[in-house]
Design a protein around this ligand. Structure first.
Ligand code: PEP
Ligand code: MG
Length: 916
């Protein structure tokens, strides 16, 4: 019979910490803690497979699951000396979800299970605390009613508030035992009316229904959304943990808390967390009351504090990772409820990894694998320019929950945040967030809450998402309905409203009214540098280059660790104000002679640009691509010209002057407007294409107008000469775009080679090395890569175009239906962001193999957007490319992804123990 249920408690467990797939994160943690002798309330875990069986079998489980559960329950009863349903001294249970990957607050929990009319009286007597017992029962009915019986929570809230009103009290804690008893009566009526049955009195029935409710919550919309966001498979299912309750709310010698063995925001090695006296666990996470910092636990109960530090330090050593733990103290006795590897910010991930290597807790390989490449993004986040903050009003200083600076317009609800985010950056402001806010938090650039601490929902989720977050801004009082907030700042009250601009800093907790200026981050922090150095060792020869067109970007890329330029899009240089007129004149020229005249003016400018690039990249390869986009991108739009021409006969002098300004690059005056615009329109119409992306662009331009390629080749090699004369080591690689076969490359290569050899010979630099290669961005070129490699000395995959052309999907128009396609799971992800390994990847793999058959030393890279996306980088490594190239700010992400790809590949091929 399959084993569906695993017991734990009493210093032992049937499962262990390696069984996350079956027991979920929480269940495996409980088993492992129990084995390590940590005080854990006994219980059992129903495995994740049962969740899938439950859905596959019409929401029922095999009878063996129940049989094994009753057996495990008997164990719990033995260990606690209490019995479920015992009227005198009842065992109470918590029933919690727990998937393989943590999904904080996304699924259901039921506490105080086992209470009914009878056992509640027993609990009241046993604890001599009827108020406590009735409060537990009413919480249980409410929680169970909502979660397991689908009753609207608002109905319970209304009854609760009505009683408070009747009793003329403000605080829940002022309700007496009698009040609570009356509320229980009301609640039972609500259940009867809404569910058409009595509130279940049989604790075993309660247990089965609660377990099923936990499974059902796997498909709650917020849980599905979270899985999609975090790329967690729907098929994993959740385990269900059923465990003896311990109470942090039995009086002032009880408390409950959560913490981390290190600061999850900065990674600093400090004991970090918070606790609430006389409260249940959910109160801390929900952020309803603002808890005390954990350092104050020592004053409250030094013995408990020391024991907690000892246990958590032991757990960190045991798991060799920062732990996120939950604990409860019941009448002075400490219980650990959960431990797991803690979620952390990017900076903390890097710091913890580096520190743990220094502490000899983990090796360098483990450290490199510990940081998700995308987390590095947070180290590369902008910070505020201090001077720009001076003119802004500081609204509040809250708790720094997740680092980074963000500027945006205030949204008071998550729906508003999603809507407003379409028009620009948004900051979500809430009293506190709940799991229902997940979409708003995702859409917002930053999150601010009025209450809650560092472990509140907002803090935990924002950190996981890498969103800047400030919580517990006590000075802010929110009126959600009016979509305003009153803020006490500097002795007066300021009212802010939806749409107002604010600037918030999750690194120090400050919130300002107005828009601050943000500054690029510093990639040179010593911890970061140390981490990246570790990663480099594992990467071997695999390189990371940057896509950069100007020396400033090239320098930024080198600072981030780029080892060359993988793509310089030369046409970007033609758009500059001093060049556009020459470019336009060249395009509008009727004859080759006229075109050459214009190109001669562009030549020195391009040469200067290239020289700057070569000098900035001294000793590193620089790939320069010849002109790529269709020429009409450089001239006025056909429709605009037509409109202006139509308006011209009735235009007054002011309108005419505006037109002269608009067309000034074409040497127009007021009196020549008509003829110039007519000529211009004629030429623009000549250039007009139905499908410009598939039209006269890329190498086709250079084939029709060889003088353009000639000019560019001359500019490149004259720049090589000039930079070399200044003592720079120049490694030029000239790249021809958009070829569909070897013939196009042959044509362009001949032009480039002729000019290159001529220029170098003249300069006495015949020995200067250079490569001429091509982009592979048309499927035909990929398919015929063996032929292409006869001429190409390198390949660089232009996966933006290759995705577009392989999938027949416009890279400019896909966003019009991307949402539907990705929601319906027709595409797993945006194929322009994440390489379609299955389809486009097949062509890439084929082309690498075929290319190398012809030319074994063929240099192969990628310069499409995918070159900075971790899973695509891993693919590029796997198919044997030499490098990836991406935008400068993504270079560290690509560097780490490459190191991880290398480690994973080596482990798979049995080289795991190779010392790097
Ligand atoms: C590509 O197509 O992937 C590429 C890098 O070229 P561009 O984006 O300039 O078309
Ligand atoms: Mg392209």
């Amino acid at each position: 019979m399959p084993k569906y249920v695993y017991s734990f408690g009493g210093g032992t467990a049937e499962g262990n910490g390696t069984m996350k797939d079956a027991l979920g994160g929480k269940g495996s943690g409980l088993a492992e803690m129990s084995r390590a002798g940590v005080p854990v309330p006994p219980g059992f875990t129903v495995v994740t497979d049962v969740c899938n069986l439950f859905f596959d079998n019409n929401q029922t489980v095999p009878e063996e699951v129940n049989e094994q559960s009753w057996k495990a329950l008997a164990e719990v009863e033995k260990l606690t000396g209490k019995k479920l349903g015992d009227a005198a001294d009842p065992l109470l249970l918590s029933v919690r979800s727990g998937a393989k990957f943590s999904m904080p607050g996304m699924m259901n929990t039921i506490l105080n299970l086992g209470l009914n009319d009878e056992t509640t009286e027993g609990l009241a007597k046993k604890t001599s605390n009827p108020r406590f017992a009735y409060d537990c029962y009413r919480r249980f009915i409410q929680m169970f009613g909502e979660v397991a019986m689908g009753i609207d929570m608002a109905l319970f809230d209304e009854a609760f508030d009505a009683r408070k009103h009747k009793a003329k009290i403000k605080l829940d804690t002022e309700l007496t035992a009698e009040d609570l008893k009356a509320i229980i009566g009301e609640y039972k009526k609500i259940v009867q009316k809404a569910a058409k049955r009595d509130f279940p009195q049989d604790p075993r029935e309660q247990m089965v229904l609660a377990r099923n409710a936990v499974f059902n919550s796997w498909w709650a919309p917020k849980a599905s959304y979270y899985r999609k966001m975090e790329k967690i498979s729907d098929r994993l299912g959740t385990a269900c943990n059923i465990q003896a309750m311990v109470f942090g709310n039995m009086g002032d010698n009880c408390c409950t808390g959560v913490g981390f063995t290190r600061d999850p925001g900065s990674g600093d090695k400090v004991f970090y967390g918070e606790f609430l006296v006389n409260a249940q666990g959910e109160d801390v996470v929900a952020g309803i009351r603002t808890p005390q910092p954990i350092s104050e636990l020592r004053d409250w109960n030094a013995g408990v504090y020391d024991q907690l530090r000892e246990i958590t330090a032991m757990l960190e050593k045991h798991y060799k990772d920062m732990q996120d733990f939950e604990f409860t103290v019941q009448e002075g006795k400490l219980y650990m409820l959960q431990t797991r590897n803690g979620k952390r910010t990017g900076p903390a991930a890097v710091k913890v990894a580096v520190d743990m290597v220094d502490e000899k807790l983990i090796d360098e390989k483990t450290a490199v694998m510990r940081v998700a490449p995308s987390q590095l993004d947070q180290l590369l986040h902008p910070v505020f320019d201090a001077a720009s903050l001076k003119s802004l009003t500081k609204l509040a200083t809250g708790i720094d929950a997740s680092p980074g600076a963000a500027v945006g317009r205030l949204a008071f609800t998550s729906d508003a945040a999603v809507e407003m985010a379409e028009g620009g950056p948004v900051i979500l402001i809430r009293k506190e967030t709940t799991p229902d806010d997940i979409h708003g938090m995702d859409a917002a650039r930053g999150i601010v809450t009025a209450v809650g601490g560092k472990s509140s929902h907002a803090a935990v989720v924002a950190r996981g998402m890498g969103r800047p977050c400030v919580v517990g801004c006590g000075a802010i009082s929110i009126n959600e309905r009016a979509k305003t907030a009153d803020v006490k700042a500097g002795g007066k009250t300021i009212t802010v409203k939806q749409g107002d601009w604010v600037s918030m800093n999750g690194t120090n907790g400050e919130v300002y009214l107005g828009q601050a200026v943000t500054k690029a981050p510093d990639p040179n922090s010593p911890v970061f540098a140390k981490f990246m150095k570790m990663a480099k060792v594992f990467r071997g020869d695999f390189g990371v280059r940057a896509n950069a067109d100007i020396p400033r970007d090239a320098k930024a890329a080198v600072a981030f660790g780029a080892e060359g330029i993988g793509l310089c899009r030369t046409e970007h240089m033609f758009f500059a104000e001093d060049r556009l007129p020459h470019m336009q004149a060249m395009i509008l020229s009727e004859t080759e002679k006229d075109r050459r005249k214009c190109l001669a003016k562009l030549l020195p400018m391009q040469r200067k640009d290239f020289q700057g690039l070569f000098e900035a990249m001294d000793g590193l390869p620089v790939v320069i691509r010849t002109i790529d986009p269709p020429l009409h991108e450089f001239v006025p739009k056909r429709e605009e010209l037509m409109v202006d021409l139509a308006k011209l006969p009735n235009a007054d002098i002011k309108a005419k002057r505006e037109m002269v300004e608009r067309y000034k690059n074409f040497g127009v005056e007021v009196k020549t407007l008509k003829t110039v615009l007519q000529d211009l329109l004629k030429r623009v119409e000549d250039l007009h294409e139905m499908n410009p992306m598939l039209g006269l662009r890329g190498c086709r331009l250079g084939i029709l107008y060889p003088e353009i390629t000639e000019m560019q080749a001359r500019a490149i090699f004259e720049a090589v000469v000039a930079a070399a004369k200044k003592g720079k080591h120049v490694i030029p690689e000239v790249m021809i775009p958009l070829i569909g076969g070897v013939q196009e490359l042959e044509n362009q290569k001949a032009i480039v080679k002729k000019i290159a050899d001529e220029v170098l010979q003249k300069a006495g630099m015949k020995k200067q090395k250079y490569l001429i290669g091509t982009m592979i961005e048309i499927p035909r070129a990929a398919l015929l890569a063996d032929q292409v490699a006869r001429e190409a000395e390198f390949f660089s995959f232009g996966t933006n175009d290759l995705t577009q052309t392989t999938m027949g999907l416009s890279r400019d128009d896909y966003t019009k239906f991307s949402k539907q396609y990705e929601e319906k799971k027709i595409f797993k992800a945006d194929p322009f962001g994440v390489l379609d390994q299955e389809g486009v990847g097949l062509l890439v793999k084929w082309a690498v193999e075929k290319g190398r058959q012809t030319r074994p030393d063929l240099e192969v890279g990628i310069c499409g957007e995918h070159g900075g996306e971790p899973s695509s980088v891993e693919f590029c490594y796997r198919v044997g490319m030499n490098y990836v190239s991406c935008s400068p700010y993504r270079v560290p992400i690509a560097l780490l992804a490459a190191a991880q790809a290398a480690i994973t590949k080596n482990e798979a091929s049995g080289e795991a123990n190779r010392t790097a």
